[in-house]
Design a protein around this ligand. Structure first.
Ligand SMILES: Cc1ncc(COP(=O)(O)O)c(C=O)c1O
Length: 396
């Protein structure tokens, strides 16, 4: 019998000291925010994790042994089966390397494949750690602005071709599905990107973290590209968005080419990224082996919250234009029609409405006219945020 899950109930976010709900952090960002604020900013969800994940963590916690562990057979089997079942990818065990979160892995990738002053190309706006990981390592960011038209983003492949020819980047880091906006790239877009990388000898790195919540269209993993592209590919992912496990700091990469793998693993070893987190490993295995029903249910819930939010924004928020979101739980809204930029809108909403939303200008580049919302919370809170924002609009 199908299990039922109640996403109208939230976890107690004081217990995990969630940054998202931390009043000190919020007051330092937005002084004067009312105490009854509701956070729609940091990208995690307020629901309790899947029961199978909680059971697995309780088992480890109650057993009482938290010593050094290893990425054992159970971890590799869980990843291989998950990638096959959910994404149609045939991943070989050798390709998989566990690491401590995708964000720290961006840093190791830049360290492994770039020298200071080399560059990476990013489609902007994009998840800000893509950019700051480069900056932390002396790597220049070349921005390939996404083209915004008819409420959607497309990649300017002619510009990308020209930039690769002139700038000779080491890495092209693609977010698939894209954050922000939850845009699922088509197979032909992925092929175009892979073809340009092959032609210009640029390493293709694809972050697939947002591939677990897809509402519309079909997500294609880069691992399903034609064989000839697999030799120039690094795929990064984790269950951290899908299953809401970001605080466990566990992720993995899949790298078909043995030389690229060797260089990457050497960098991990130089930083002692070896023995995994004992809870992170247990959680991935439980999520992948037993969490599918929960994931489908939460995806449905998020999809419905998003549809309600999109309808509300269209009807009630003057000057706000929401982008159709086909993946993730982070709606992206063009606020240029209000006559104010994202910074002004986010400050105003924090102060006046007590709703904390994300300023799109944090997204490396080209995000100044956008704000990002988060529907990863019980629906009544989404509704309350919307009502508060509608009652405190900043227009003209
Ligand atoms: C595109 C993208 N990659 C990676 C992450 C975080 O991944 P991890 O928790 O594995 O560091 C996020 C989190 O929002 C993200 O949006």
């Amino acid at each position: 019998m199908a299990e039922s899950f109640d996403f109208d109930v939230m976890a107690d976010r004081q217990v995990d000291h969630a940054r998202k709900w931390d009043e000190k952090i919020i007051q330092s960002k937005f002084p004067g925010t009312p105490h009854d604020f509701i956070p729609m900013w940091i990208a995690d969800m307020d629901f309790p994790a899947a029961p199978c994940v909680r059971d697995a963590l309780v088992r480890v916690a109650e057993n009482g042994a938290y010593g050094y562990t290893s990425a054992h057979d159970g971890f590799y089997e869980a990843v291989i089966n998950w990638q096959r079942r959910r994404h149609g990818c045939e991943v070989k065990r050798d390709w998989i390397t566990l690491s401590y979160g995708c964000v720290s892995t961006f840093h190791y990738l830049y360290q492994a494949f770039c020298q200071p002053n080399d560059c990476v190309i990013l489609n902007t706006p994009v998840y800000d750690p893509f950019g700051y990981a480069a900056r932390h390592n002396g790597v220049r960011v070349v921005s390939n602005p996404l083209v915004y038209r008819n409420r959607t983003y497309t990649i300017d492949f002619d510009l990308l071709d020209a930039q690769m020819a002139v700038e000779h980047p080491r890495i092209y880091l693609l977010c698939s599905p894209h954050n922000p906006a939850g845009r699922v790239w088509s197979t032909s877009e992925l092929v175009q990107a892979a073809e340009l990388c092959a032609r210009h000898h640029v390493l293709l790195v694809v972050d697939e973290v947002h591939s677990e919540h897809v509402f519309e269209g079909e997500f294609t993993s880069a691992l399903r590209l034609p064989e000839r592209y697999l030799d120039n590919l690094v795929v990064l992912t984790s269950p951290n968005k899908g299953f809401n496990l970001g605080g466990l700091k566990t992720s993995y990469s899949m790298i078909p080419n043995s030389e690229i793998r060797r260089v990457f693993r050497h960098r991990l070893e130089m930083n002692s990224i070896t023995s995994p987190n004992v809870f992170g490993c247990a959680a991935i295995i439980a999520a992948y082996n037993e969490g599918e029903e929960w994931l489908d249910a939460v995806t449905e819930y998020l999809g419905e919250s998003y549809r309600q939010l999109a309808a509300f924004v269209d009807e009630r928020m003057a000057g706000w234009e929401i982008m159709p979101m086909t993946a993730s739980y982070l709606p992206w809204v063009n606020v240029s029609g209000t006559g104010h930029d994202a910074g002004e809108i986010t400050r105003h909403m924090a102060h006046e409405a007590g709703v904390i939303i994300e300023d799109g200008s944090h997204y490396v580049a080209n995000g100044e006219q956008f704000v990002r919302l988060n529907v990863g919370m019980p629906r009544h809170l989404v509704t309350e945020c919307l009502e508060r924002m509608a009652n405190h609009q900043l227009v003209g």
